[in-house]
Design a protein around this ligand. Structure first.
Ligand SMILES: O=c1[nH]cnc2c1ncn2[C@@H]1O[C@H](COP(=O)(O)OP(=O)(O)O)[C@@H](O)[C@H]1O
Ligand SMILES: [Mg+2]
Length: 203
């Protein structure tokens, strides 16, 4: 099956490719020269599912191919679950570094550092059929960044084993992360023996 990865986030592309390598799918980047150009829609939904569906459906319709999108976020207990679905725009800041500094500022002096990452993967077929998979991981927000790998809020996210998410290799992150869990559910649903679906294109 040829599947378009409906994200312009290079960190997500790397993680999706690594986790799904064994499926035998041809995973195409959004900007693959063989594909028509698509602009991902604005994330106007109020849930990860809605936003992931917006991105996946828009891509599947333009491409005429199944498209896989991820919408994810960081939910911080002391901030009543914020930034959540607004994680990419936290503090209205447009760099990961800026958002991380803003998060540290918001939590300054707060004892409760609990947080969780959530990822929702949406696989949209061009005939309108949808599959969704969710994964979560709990942790704590560090007092300062640690680690060089990963992306986004990873350097501030402390796992129960004492490492930050940015101290993990791609396969190590897959084994514990929100996105890794959602990808594992998708992989299991599509591995050998699982029922196959005919992919048709709506004209
Ligand atoms: O695995 C992760 N680690 C760290 N930060 C993440 C992870 N997944 C998502 N984020 C952050 O949460 C926000 C989620 O954004 P969203 O999923 O809407 O779009 P994006 O594809 O444009 O990054 C981004 O700021 C992203 O950096
Ligand atoms: Mg989003």
């Amino acid at each position: 099956m040829r599947v378009v990865i409906a994200t312009s986030n290079p960190g997500k592309v790397t993680e999706i490719r690594e986790a799904l390598a064994g499926l035998g799918w041809e995973l195409l980047a959004l900007n693959d020269p063989s594909l028509p150009a698509v602009t991902l829609p604005e994330e106007t939904g109020t849930t990860y599912e809605e936003n992931a569906a917006l991105k996946a459906c828009a891509t599947a319709l333009v491409m005429g191919l199944p498209a896989l999108a991820d919408d994810s976020g960081l939910e911080v207990s002391a901030l009543n679950g914020e930034p959540g679905v607004f994680s990419a725009r936290f503090g209205n800041l447009d760099t990961a570094n800026g958002r991380n500094l803003h998060l540290l500022e918001q939590l300054r002096g707060k004892a409760d550092r609990r947080a969780k990452f959530v990822s929702v993967l949406l696989l949209a077929y061009p005939d309108g059929y949808l599959e969704s998979y969710r994964g979560e991981v709990e942790g704590q927000i560090l007092e300062g960044p640690r680690g060089q790998d990963g992306f986004g809020y990873d350097p501030l996210f402390l796992l129960p084993d004492g490492r930050s998410m940015a101290e993990l290799s791609v396969p190590e992150k897959r084994a514990v992360s929100h996105r890794g869990k959602a990808l594992e559910a998708l992989r299991a649903a599509h591995s050998a023996g699982a029922p196959k679906r005919e992919v048709t294109r709506l004209e």
